[in-house]
Design a protein around this ligand. Structure first.
Ligand SMILES: Nc1ncnc2c1ncn2[C@@H]1O[C@H](COP(=O)(O)OP(=O)(O)OP(=O)(O)O)[C@@H](O)[C@H]1O
Ligand SMILES: [Mg+2]
Length: 327
């Protein structure tokens, strides 16, 4: 099912609890698709950067080749936040009077620490990488960070788009107020008048702010449209066959559906063999129970089971063997 799903999509997200195998499964699926002849980009949004660890090579903010038809890139939240704040500084500098620049710097230094800044920055970068990926590759695979933030990340484009819309509405109101005040000034004090509204610095400033806000809103709307387009994008939840991961994955499934994201399936990873001794057979029985709990709660959802691989899953050969077991 996993390769079927991947074959019919252009964007795949892999998410789930920490350490369940998101990076390994995302890379294996990417490799399998690359072998089938599609050009694939694997994107890690994980601060721990384990795409590089898995492939035993340095993967950074620039795209690098991992295998034939398969490239990788890692989004660094710290660097992304720096770039994000630098862009905001530039915009604020351009629209604020010069004497307020120290104020702007103080505000930005505070923003760096405030909740949501990393998320917003990561989201902007995801939007950018996704746009680039869709233009240059057949398939873009996202290996997301291990946190409850993933479903929030999926809902965020919608939130950011409405938030920017709100700002635009407020600006329209203050523009009307500004125009009225300027009209008043025109009547009372002719000497402060700017006759040509096209060269009124306030009007120009408002236009610049408006353009920036509209560009931002469009970016988030585009991202939201891509994330919620069933035919283009799907989300795969990776988990291990244990009670708590099952419960958390059910919750993630629900959150994603609520955010309008198509959940293409669940991958139960690291399944113990039933024929390799009593100890592992016992584990497998426990795992079976967890898998039954998962399928009972999600009838109709595709569940793929992947085996516990022998040896360490590190390096291109190991990823290749993992891709072999996908079917
Ligand atoms: N099917 C498997 N068989 C054996 N080992 C596996 C399997 N899947 C993953 N692993 C190993 O489990 C560990 C965690 O896997 P991986 O890094 O892919 O998980 P992750 O969900 O991306 O983790 P994180 O949340 O830290 O990013 C790694 O050491 C990996 O080699
Ligand atoms: Mg990982």
């Amino acid at each position: 099912m996993l390769l079927d799903l991947a074959g019919r999509r252009r964007v795949l997200f892999f998410g789930g609890k920490g350490g369940v195998g998101k990076t390994s499964v995302a890379s294996a699926v990417g490799l399998a698709q690359a072998r089938a002849g599609r050009s694939v980009l694997v994107v890690s949004t994980d601060p721990a950067h384990n795409l590089g660890h898995l492939w035993e090579r340095t993967v950074g903010p620039e795209v690098v080749g991992l295998a034939e038809n398969l490239d990788g890139v890692e989004i660094d939240p710290e660097a992304t936040t720096d770039e994000h704040l630098a862009a905001i500084r530039e915009t604020l500098y351009s629209v604020m009077p010069e004497h307020l620049r120290p104020e702007v710097d103080r505000y930005l230094a505070l923003s760096r620490q405030s909740p949501g800044t990393h998320e917003a920055a990561t989201l902007e970068r995801i939007a950018g990488v996704l746009q680039m990926g869709l233009a240059s590759y057949d398939l873009v695979v996202f290996d997301t960070a291990p946190s409850g933030h993933t479903s929030r990340l999926m809902a965020l484009p919608e939130i950011m788009a409405s938030w920017t819309e709100g700002l635009l509405r407020n600006r329209r109101k203050s523009e009307r107020l500004g125009a009225a005040l300027r009209g008043l000034a025109r009547d009372t004090d002719r000497s402060t008048l700017v006759d040509d509204p096209a060269h009124d610095p306030l009007v120009e400033r408002d236009l610049r702010i408006r353009r920036t806000l509209i560009a931002r809103r469009e970016k988030f709307e585009k991202l939201r449209d891509t994330l919620t387009d069933d035919e283009l994008t799907s989300f795969v939840v990776v988990l291990t066959a244990e009670r708590l991961p099952v419960l958390e994955s059910l919750e993630l499934h629900g959150d994603l559906r609520a955010a309008g994201v198509h959940v293409g399936g669940m991958v139960v990873n690291r399944r113990s063999p039933g024929d390799a001794g009593e100890f592992l057979a016992g584990r497998r029985e426990l795992e079976d129970r967890a898998v039954r709990m998962l399928t009972a709660d999600l009838p109709g959802t595709e569940v793929t089971e992947l085996p516990l691989m022998p040896g360490e899953l590190v390096g291109a050969d190991a990823v290749g063997r993992f891709a072999d077991v996908l079917g």
